[in-house]
Design a protein around this ligand. Structure first.
Ligand SMILES: Cc1ncc(COP(=O)(O)O)c(C=O)c1O
Length: 460
């Protein structure tokens, strides 16, 4: 056995990292003088870094992923057993965990019917975009090829997923983009674009209809929306928004694609975020929480009606969904996802998420009395945001570096929180909290106590 990989000499690891690793989403110049962060261990809601410092992770692996917490031996065992029996075969064939997880998943999603496996949220969304385009070719005479997306939403990192991205700072310098993606306005009432609207939810949805009419309803095949916008500012929808969005989509025969990459699999206290709002989607995509990061898996879930559109003419050699994701055939993903789902059920984590989410929102709201820098708190379940402002009456956002100073102060205290980052220029000012669904009342209080201290130090 090559033992070099298991060296205890962490300084060699740090040097290897500094010399050869290209970290995600970060400027590397500072690593010439400071050490890159390396996380070496996790248990429950806590992680330890290379220096042995313990942290409470209030963002589930940095990007709201590790829903059931770290160190789950039962998931590791399920994956190990499956890999020894059968690790991989291309997705043109089925697998035992693949079929079983699809069945369990569909049980949680009344109205949905088919599961298509791939490896990342971006890829799951791309599958929908391809399906919509193929439906346009096969069933609408080439019309209905455009896809609507919303300002502030994010759907992934590939060029086409960025084409559906409503966060200009994520997209900047990566164009030109894929044609046929059209933006609709965001629905964040705190940053109201319709100050005179009596019914904000309706006004925000009507803004979508205005775009549809401008583009021509016969050009638009689908709309892709996050149920609660994540990295764009933790935006919960205003009252009545989704009812009206669905009414509009039905009117113009536009398919609804809900991106549950963040909200899916328990994060908001329901299995899926859309289930809070009575949405009847045609497509649902999910990734992060599906296996809590124990294996790479994403799912594109469709209704049977969508699926039928790809098998209506078996004599047409081009008529089925001619797509493959090589690693969508890995069995580790569904094996981990099955055990992940069992844990959520057996440990009552949906109920815990609702209860702990209410505590988190309550604690954050209480901090508003003390810290005028908090302009608004928003959230659903264990997915919360606190928007920081320089002035409550004008709602002027605080400078980005101050929001980052709050995050850095919490980190120094041993609590990892997030902040919207390189999404919308001038509006990277929302603290983000998404602890594992196993969080206890003490964990929640520890998170908000750290934020309380940080706000006091940063804003005085
Ligand atoms: C809402 C949403 N959709 C899609 C993605 C892309 O997922 P992935 O990074 O797995 O490609 C993300 C990633 O953060 C996301 O937040």
């Amino acid at each position: 056995m090559d033992t070099a990989h298991y060296s205890n000499d962490i300084s060699a690891v740090i040097e290897a990292d500094r010399a050869h690793l290209w970290h995600h989403l970060i400027q590397h110049k500072p690593f010439e003088t400071i050490d890159p962060r390396i996380i070496v261990e996790g248990k429950g809601i806590r992680v330890w870094d290379a220096r042995g410092k313990e942290h409470l992770d209030a963002v589930s692996g940095g990007v709201w992923t590790v829903n059931v917490g770290y160190g789950r031996e039962s998931i590791a065992n399920a994956v190990r057993d499956q890999l020894i029996k059968m690790n991989y075969f291309a997705g043109s064939a089925g697998s035992i965990p693949g079929a079983r997880f699809a069945q369990r998943l569909i049980e949680k999603m009344p109205g949905m019917s088919r599961v298509y496996y791939s490896n990342s949220g971006s890829e799951a969304n791309e599958k929908v975009f391809k399906m919509v385009r193929q439906i346009a070719h096969r069933h609408h005479g080439g019309k209905k090829w455009k896809i609507l997306y919303r300002e502030r939403d994010y759907h992934g990192t590939t060029i086409t997923a960025l084409s559906a991205g409503g966060q200009p700072e994520r997209n900047g310098q990566y164009g030109p983009f894929t044609p046929g993606f059209v933006e609709v306005p965001h629905c964040l009432e705190y940053r109201s674009q319709y100050p005179h609207a009596a019914d904000y939810g309706r006004a925000a949805a009507d803004a979508i209809e205005a775009v549809i009419l401008r583009e021509g309803p016969d050009t638009i095949g689908a709309i892709c929306l996050e149920p609660v916008t994540a990295g764009g500012g933790v935006i919960t929808p205003p009252e009545g928004y989704w009812d009206r969005v669905q009414e509009i989509c039905r009117k113009y025969n536009i398919l609804i694609h809900i991106d549950e990459v963040v909200c899916g699999v328990g994060r908001t206290g329901e299995w899926f975020g859309y289930q809070h709002y009575g949405i009847k989607p045609d497509f649902v995509t999910m990734a992060k929480g599906v296996a809590s990061g124990y294996a790479a898996i994403s799912c594109t879930v469709t209704t049977e009606a969508v699926f039928e559109m790809f098998k209506d003419d078996a004599s047409d050699p081009m008529g089925y969904f001619r797509d493959i994701s090589t690693f969508g055939g890995c069995t580790a993903g569904p094996a981990a996802a099955l055990e992940n789902m069992r844990i959520i059920e057996d440990e009552g984590l949906l109920a815990n998420t609702t209860a702990m989410g209410a505590r988190l929102m309550g604690n954050l709201s209480a901090l508003m009395d003390k810290h005028r820098a908090i302009g608004q708190v928003r959230g659903k379940g264990l997915f919360c945001g606190a928007e920081l402002v320089a002035d409550r009456s004008t709602k002027e956002p605080i400078a980005e570096k101050l929001a980052q100073a709050v995050v850095a102060d919490c980190m120094a205290q041993g609590v990892i929180i997030g902040v919207t980052n390189r999404s919308i220029a001038g509006f990277n000012n929302t603290l983000c909290l998404s602890p594992a669904l196993i969080a206890t009342p003490d964990d929640i209080d520890e998170i908000t106590t750290a934020i309380d201290g940080a706000l006091g130090r940063v804003f005085g």
